[in-house]
Every structure is written in C-alpha cells, then in structure tokens.
Design a protein around this ligand. Structure first.
Ligand code: AVJ
Length: 324
C-alpha cells in the first residue's frame, strides 16, 4: 500500500485493452512492430535497471554526470516550485534535482508520472520518506495521454530524462513536445535528455551488450504478451538485433524469428505467422544533433536557454522555456 496520494488514470483493464489494440495493429502490419512501452512490466523494469549499469550503456551515466554538475544551475535558472517527472525512472537522477531545488529554497511539490502503478507507488513512497517537507503527488498515466492533468504550484519544471523522447517516431515526437508546451504556462520549463549521434559501433554496442541483458530485455516484450494476452511465444525462438539506421539516425531493436513459426494470441483474437528471418521492430531510439533538438523544441514553442553535454559529448541535456 502506498502512503502517497496517487491519481490513477490507467487501470489494469485499460492497460490490457491498450496492449490488445497495439498488438492487433502492430502484428498485422506488413512490417511487424510493437510499441516499446510494453517492455516495462516488473521484470522489464528490472532488466532496464541492469542495462543502466552495463559498461556499454553510456546514456544513464552521461546524463547523471550532467545533472550532478548542473542541478544547482537548473534550480537557480528556473526557481521551480514543482518538479514534474515524466516516466519517473531512476530516482537517483530525480534526487539530484530535488536536492538542488530544495537547497535553492523554492521546491514545494514533486509530481512523478508513470504508467506503472507499482513502480510509481514505490518511487513516490521512497521520495516522500526522504523528503518530508515535500508534497508528493503521483500520477498513474501515460504521458502521451494524461498530460492535461498535471498538478503543482507554478513555476513548474517538467523533466523528461534518459533519452526516452527518442522512442517516439518523429511525427509523434513533435506532437508530444507540443502537448508538453500546451500544459505549461509561459515561462515554465522543460528539462529534456537526448542521446546524441555518434559512431555506429558505440551506438550498436549500447543496445547489444556482451552479457546479453539487452537481448533479454528485448525478448521480455514477448513474455508480456504471453502473460497479458495468453500468447504462446517462445522467446528463445527470437534473436535480438541492434541495428543503426543511418538515414533516420535511430537505433532499431528487432526480434528476428530464427525459423518459421506460428503464434497464437488469444487475448487479441489473432494467429500470427513469422517467416524464417522475419523480424518485429520493438523499439526505435532516435539519436540527436544539438541543432536538431533546438529546432524541434522551437517548433513546439520551447526556447532552449541552456544546453549541456557530458565531458565526452555523448549525451545532451537541454533546459527550455515555454514561449508564446
Ligand atoms: C529508457 C528508452 C531511454 O532507448 O536507450 C535501453 C531503453 N532500450 N536499451 C533507450 C533501452 C534498450 C532506453 N530508454
């Protein structure tokens, strides 16, 4: 049981219904695909936490380096009274921001938003315990749908970290940034983490580690379909692929059928066949250039006021202000 108030906009039934629709659409397409948000059940979230500690997976460490260095500046520039965190992932990064805003003296409220009620309750409780002066109000919801409901005293800073913005296709990304801008009042803030374009080897290895943790994370989406929709995927029958798409400048994760197979998905009323070598696209993770980030934010009505990278220039963090 959670001690913190949670606004729930997403029940277990909603989640299964949303998964069913995504599976029907994605697995009936000529080029099969599944949205990457379905990786993150309890096991998937745990596997992702392990990914963040892998030597090959630099984004988490690089972003943390920036936040550790710049959190006091972020607090001073924004004077935020509310920190809203979308897809509230690793609480360690959150704490860097809470500590700096707390020390600066303006912070009153923390609003984590996540699709996973259990992950959210755990994170919200831990923060509430360690920051007794803070009002913590968790929102269970999908940040592509429930942004209109964000509480909090102004000015607010919305943090969207980890490079998760890269999981949207470009058109959805533009829509998402616009929807963030629209819930903000002029002068409020977005703190955005974006992984940067770099050499192909570094990128491909970050999504295909030697220990195979990312491969297990990728295959976990099949287990989620088995559990939630009663599907009969054999995860081991699919090979993990990390592919750099140089034209679109994104990493694509795929699951490739090792042999021809037929899968039953009763919860979606489907039977799906895979030819040998056929793949499902399970994630895109777009990589950015600084000028691209600036332009996309500007298009959404967000003006970049600060831009930082880690020492090695692998990962970018922008602080932008809502403008009219
Ligand atoms: C959590 C979405 C930022 O795209 O790098 C890690 C997820 N996928 N390894 C990313 C992920 C494969 C990660 N994000």
């Amino acid at each position: 049981m959670s001690d913190v108030d949670l606004d729930v906009h997403h029940s277990g039934e909603d989640v299964t219904e949303a998964l069913r629709e995504d599976v029907r659409e994605g697995l009936s397409a000529a080029q099969k695909w599944l949205p990457s948000k379905w990786f993150y059940d309890a096991r998937g979230s745990e596997l992702f936490e392990r990914i963040t500690e892998l030597p090959e997976y630099y984004p988490t460490r690089s972003e943390r380096e920036v936040l550790r260095r710049e959190a006091p500046e972020i607090a001073a520039v924004t004077g935020a009274r509310t920190l809203v965190e979308l897809g509230s992932g690793s609480s360690e990064k959150t704490r860097l921001l809470l500590d700096a805003l707390g020390a600066y003296g303006t912070l009153e409220e923390f609003v984590p938003l996540d699709v996973s009620e259990s992950a959210l309750a755990e994170a919200a409780d831990a923060i509430a315990r360690d920051y007794p002066a803070l009002t913590v109000r968790g929102v269970v919801g999908d940040f592509t749908e429930h942004l209109g409901l964000l509480p909090g005293e102004r000015p607010r800073i919305v943090a969207f970290l980890g490079g998760t913005i890269g999981n949207f296709l470009p058109a959805d990304r533009a829509k998402f940034l616009r929807s963030v801008r629209d819930v903000l009042t002029e002068g409020e803030w977005l703190l955005l983490g974006t992984d940067l374009v770099k050499d192909e080897g570094t990128l491909v290895r970050a999504y295909d580690d030697a220990r195979g943790v990312t491969a297990e994370f990728n295959r976990n989406v099949l287990r989620v379909l088995n559990e939630r929709l009663g599907a009969d995927f054999d995860p081991a029958a699919f090979e993990h692929v990390s592919h750099w798409d140089a034209e679109n400048e994104w990493i694509e994760m795929r699951l490739r059928a090792r042999a021809a197979t037929r899968v039953h998905i009763p919860g979606a009323g489907m039977e799906v066949t895979f030819a040998a070598g056929e793949h499902v696209r399970t994630e895109i993770s777009a990589k950015f250039r600084p000028e691209g980030v600036r332009a996309e934010l500007a298009d959404a009505g967000l003006a970049v006021e600060r831009w930082w990278t880690d020492e090695r220039g692998l990962f970018g963090v922008s602080l932008s202000r809502a403008v009219s």
